[in-house]
Ligand binder design. Structure first.
Ligand code: WTA
Length: 689
């Protein structure tokens, strides 16, 4: 593969590092304040797209050295993980066993050790005299502030744990959690962990019917939910909807109802004997619930995730290995310093990113986080950046789709605020296109913050492939290299190792935070992840490319690969090319069956600003893609879309776009953030087939 020399305009120091001066010279923005001058940002981004690699920003001082970790993990991964588990976690009973790999793919880690996860996240910090430290700066969408300290959270967790015990919840029972982004959601998860109940969090934006399905298949005994939810000034009754959908579930014995923030004018139906107010439950419960050590492999949570079939998979994580993964990766990848950093992950707790990087990783490390209830455009499009400025956020973690949305809104919103507190930026969830990476780097990071593009999955529990902030030279669009102790590889269709080029991503050695099974479905677990290349090779479900420097480029899900005339093209690659065009805000590419070429590319494109999709832009775009990838990759068809169908976590649902492109009946649209997007698109496509 060809090598571009690193980016070295005159104002860049030897080594290819983009300095404040360089950023100013090339962008008219200051690296330290991010303020824009008159230079055209668009032209700058365009110019930087040819830069292949960025060294860590020169002024960045790494606080946690990692060279020793790399060496130790390379020499003996099990010894490395054992040392990390002893250093980072507090054990009631020390383990003597590390990995048990005698029955693959059913691995166990630290199995004879015992610890309490909530004690690791709360008690140990309070006992060390840090109870007054803020765990969460909570920010409500109407501007409310609430600071919850570690001591506050410990007190609340203990009362709720006692409350759950009083409702008959015992270790191993499943407790559903259906809550918005309020501190109670963390207390609920921790209270379950404290008594060994298995939590099953459902994203607050899901419909009650999805909650029902997840409660039913997991036999949840208790559900913790809220009276009503608010979004951008509107209110929706939640408890009443939950009753209508879940009222008749036989296993569900109790529903605990949190009084959510804001005024709730709706009548909240409460069934005597079954339903209990959260605050009343806490008031009646004792203040002390001792944290008893639980076996390392005690189940911690189930999190449902969509697979290639319609039936969601109940991914099961256990206690110690999961917590080790979340704790170690947060501090290592983001160079986190719990004493000084203010950390903010903009995800929702209903996703794995929220579990590992809003709740468990941050609390186990004892850092101060921001928790934000609202939407990024309410009351205005600058709310995120207002929050960064107000709380002096130092580490910010979000998704590429959010960045692209911000690009669409324009740099004037972040430019209103002082973002100079930021020192590390992260992304997760999908490949980031270089243009979004550069915009994030310049407009949000002021050119001075390393970006960590973190690759991982619900199944992996924590980040597996990512740059280490300030250490790894980054290439926009690449998740770079595996973390210490992680062994990814690429295989060809027939299972041969690919050392450079494209292949099927697998992980060849077990790691502590890996899923242990699919809840009550060992068979599907083995079939889904460990059948294609044998029981010791974890099949990720993504394709990736490995370059000559050993950098991983995640292409996307294996099912999103398009085959045009026998040539494989990734939807992500074509999208990235389209999005790199200055007229484009966002794009999604799908395959359409084609008699001649097998498959043809259809692109759904949202234009930036006031541009209108017409034949001229279409021709320009097709030519642009031809130039970036090759004629082969030119979309057969471009559909101008006002908006793209996204799940509530921000993932584009290409399945629905394929349905529209191929004129099929639309599949299930209930998981969409805005189902109306699909009918609009379908009408458009029908009008101009
Ligand atoms: C994709 C989210 C490229 C990938 C934590 C994976 C990514 C799936 C990245 C898991 C990244 C996640 N670059 N692709 N940095 N991170 N993905 O389970 O296809 O919601 O398999 O976990 O997201 O999604 P999940």
């Amino acid at each position: 593969m060809s090598h571009h020399p690193p980016f070295r305009p005159d104002s860049v120091r030897p080594g290819g590092t983009v300095t404040d001066q360089a950023v100013r010279a090339t962008t008219g923005r200051s690296a330290t304040t991010g303020r824009s001058a008159t230079t055209d940002l668009e032209a700058t981004l365009e110019g930087l797209l040819s830069v292949e690699s960025f060294d860590p920003p020169a002024g960045f001082v790494r606080r946690r050295p990692v060279d020793a970790d790399r060496a130790a993990a390379a020499a003996d991964p099990q010894a490395f993980w054992a040392a990390a588990a002893r250093e980072l976690l507090t054990w009631d009973t020390p383990f003597t066993q590390v990995l048990d790999d005698t029955n693959p793919p059913f691995y166990t880690w630290f199995a004879d050790g015992e610890l309490n996860l909530s004690a690791n996240c709360l008690d140990r910090h309070v006992e060390a005299g840090r109870g007054g430290r803020v765990a969460f700066h909570w920010r409500g969408e109407e501007g409310e502030h609430r600071d919850v300290t570690y001591a506050d959270l410990l007190a609340e967790t203990q009362r709720l744990a006692n409350g759950l015990l009083s409702l008959g919840v015992r270790a191993g029972d499943v407790v559903g959690i259906f809550l918005p982004m309020i501190p109670e959601v963390a207390a609920a998860m921790l209270a379950c962990a404290r008594i060994g109940a298995v939590h099953n969090v459902v994203f607050g934006g899901f419909a009650p019917s999805a909650v029902r399905e997840r409660m039913e298949v997991s036999d949840a005994k208790v559900l913790i939910t809220v009276d009503g939810a608010r979004r951008k000034g509107r209110r929706a009754p939640v408890k009443a909807a939950v009753d209508a959908e879940l009222g008749d579930l036989p296993a569900l014995e109790h529903i605990v109802v949190v009084r959510g923030p804001g005024e709730n004018a709706d009548e909240v139906p409460m069934t005597a004997g079954r339903d209990v107010w959260y605050d009343e439950l806490l008031a009646a419960a004792g203040p002390v619930c001792p944290a008893v050590g639980l076996p390392a492999e005690h189940p911690l949570f189930i999190l449902y995730s969509s697979g290639s079939t319609a039936k969601p998979k109940g991914i099961l994580h256990t206690t110690a290995g999961y917590l080790l993964g979340a704790t170690y990766t947060l501090r290592t990848v983001f160079d986190l310093d719990p004493a000084t950093d203010v950390y903010w992950c903009s995800a929702d707790v209903g996703w794995i990113t929220g579990h590992s990087y809003i709740v468990y990783g941050p609390l186990s490390n004892g850092v101060t986080s921001v928790m934000f209830e609202g939407a990024p455009d309410y009351p205005d499009h600058d709310i995120w950046w207002r929050i960064v400025e107000e709380y002096k956020v130092t580490v910010f973690y979000t998704a590429p789709t959010a960045i692209r949305t911000c690009i669409k809104w324009g740099a004037q919103y972040p430019d209103r605020h002082d973002l100079s507190s930021l020192r590390v930026l992260g992304t997760v969830g999908e490949p980031i296109n270089p243009k979004a990476w550069l915009w994030y780097h310049l407009v949000i990071g002021g050119g001075r913050c390393p970006i960590v593009d973190t690759w991982w999955q619900t199944e992996t529990g924590s980040v597996l492939i990512s740059p280490l902030a300030g250490v790894t030279p980054t290439k926009p669009g690449s998740a770079t290299r595996p973390l210490p102790g992680i062994s990814p590889a690429l295989l060809s269709e027939d299972g041969r190792p690919v050392t450079e080029g494209t292949g099927i991503l697998v992980i060849t050695q077990p790691w502590p935070s890996m899923l242990r099974t699919l809840y009550k479905d060992d068979k599907r677990f083995v079939e889904t992840y460990f059948s294609r290349f044998g029981p010791t090779t974890y099949v990720v479900g993504d394709a990736a490319r490995l370059d000559a420097d050993g950098y991983f480029w995640i292409i996307g899900r294996i099912d999103d690969v398009i085959n045009v005339s026998g040539h494989r093209l990734s939807t992500a690659e074509v999208e990235s090319a389209i999005v790199a065009h200055e007229a484009v805000a966002e794009a999604a590419v799908v395959a359409q069956a084609d008699e001649q070429t097998g498959q043809a590319i259809v692109a759904f494109v949202t234009l930036a600003g006031e541009r209108v999709g017409d034949a001229a832009v279409e021709a320009e775009l097709r030519e642009h893609v031809a130039r970036r990838i090759g004629k082969l990759a030119r979309p057969r068809r471009i559909v101008w879309a006002d908006d793209l169908p996204k799940t509530r976590s921000g993932k584009i649902m290409r399945r629905l776009l394929r349905d529209v492109a191929e004129g099929r009946e639309l599949g299930d649209v209930t998981t969409l953030r805005d189902p109306a997007v699909m009918s609009a698109l379908a009408a458009k496509v029908a009008a101009a087939p």
